[in-house]
Write a protein that binds this ligand. Structure first.
Ligand code: AHM
Ligand code: MG
Length: 338
């Protein structure tokens, strides 16, 4: 007979266990996370065979950001949208791939208290070269009345209001990592049973690391303080933990996942041509800022805490610096120096 390892907790078991501490909890968040896990498994299957089937390449359309949409982006967007629409815990969504938010208009959805924002497949330029990509998601409690259609203000909440945030990394193994105020936990997909199993309980981001992640090709387009900080990363002597290693995949889920576990700093600063940065506040930066902060790290736009920014539009961008608290502190010394 097969021995069953009862030490392994699945994502569902874990979220249900967490509920026991909250006698008044309705279980809606657990259901929502299960739905996200289900969509992730479906996307994972397609990502894994991306090299085999004719699913690679551009879908031939351009998204609201003016970028090429890859076929897998479309697939992932459809999966997450479909699963949340047909689930019972989400009143509406906003996706990096849609111009506007989408209210779900059936009675069950309208009576749900949560809304979800996601980037269905981040790092999509890496799909056709077999590099890790990811899904990023963010969950908020709606501010509009239950029973009615969700409205734009439900989605334009500062990141500090997130109830949960997470990502799925489709990498050498597929992992789902999510944070609530209680902690950050990581689950690795066991493909033999098709379940996400708790593999990284209570993730903490080390206060310092040895990795800095930034697109060096843009170096001369960064502001002087950012350039000086990068110089320091390279010039730090061994007595001060240096020099830091530069690691940049160009897939923020993979870059931030590594830095979260090992310690490090991830930067996507504004540039002379794009002072507002590239990354999207709602779909990419807020969820990671929440995860990193719950894990003990820090996330800023150069001046402010990311989670305090009041968004004014769904697709707004922001400069982004996130990671180990001590390293963000070092960066801030340069950004605030007179
Ligand atoms: P995407 O949403 O179009 O995939 O772009 C976001 C990605 C991030 O994953 C990554 O950190 C960044 O773009 C890389 O940009 P660059 O190639 O300019 O360094
Ligand atoms: Mg993206």
């Amino acid at each position: 007979m097969l021995a069953i390892n009862r030490k392994v907790l699945t994502l569902d078991e874990f979220t249900i266990q967490q509920l026991r501490d909250f006698p008044n909890a309705t279980g809606e968040l657990s259901t929502l996370l299960r739905d996200i896990g289900l969509a992730a498994k479906r996307v994972n299957v397609e990502v894994n065979k991306a090299g085999l089937v004719d699913i690679l390449g551009d879908a031939g359309s351009i998204n609201v950001q003016g970028e090429d949409v890859k076929k897998l982006d479309v697939f992932a967007n459809n999966q997450f949208t479909g699963v949340l629409k047909h689930g019972i815990s989400c009143a509406g969504i906003a996706s990096e791939e849609f111009d506007d938010h989408i209210p779900f208009d059936d009675a069950i959805s309208q009576n749900s208290k949560y809304i979800c924002l996601f980037d269905p497949l981040d790092g999509s330029s890496n799909i056709d070269v077999n590099i890790s990509i990811g899904t990023i998601f963010s969950v908020y409690r709606r501010v509009s009345e239950k029973g009615e259609k969700v409205v734009i203000n439900d989605f334009l909440q500062p990141g500090i209001k997130q109830v949960a945030a997470g990502y799925i990394i489709y990498g050498s193994s597929t992992m789902l990592v999510y944070a609530t105020r209680r902690g950050v936990n990581g689950f690795t997909l066991d493909p033999s049973i098709g379940e996400f199993c708790l593999s990284h309980p209570n993730i903490k981001c080390p206060e310092f690391g040895k990795i800095y992640s930034v697109n060096h090709g843009n170096f001369f387009r960064y502001t002087k303080p950012v350039q000086k900080y990068i110089d320091t990363c390279q010039k730090k002597d061994e007595n001060n933990g240096g020099p830091y290693s530069q690691r940049y995949i160009g897939s923020m889920v993979a870059d931030l996942h590594r830095n979260l576990l090992k310690g490090g700093i991830f930067m996507y600063p504004g540039t002379t041509d794009k002072p507002g940065g590239k990354l999207r506040l709602l779909y990419e930066c807020n969820p990671f800022a929440f995860i990193v902060e719950v894990a003990g790290g820090k996330a800023i736009d150069g001046i402010r805490r990311i989670l305090d920014i009041q968004p004014s539009s769904l697709h707004q961008r922001t400069p982004f610096f996130a990671g180990s608290k001590g390293m963000i502190g070092e960066l801030e010394d340069f950004l605030t120096a007179k």
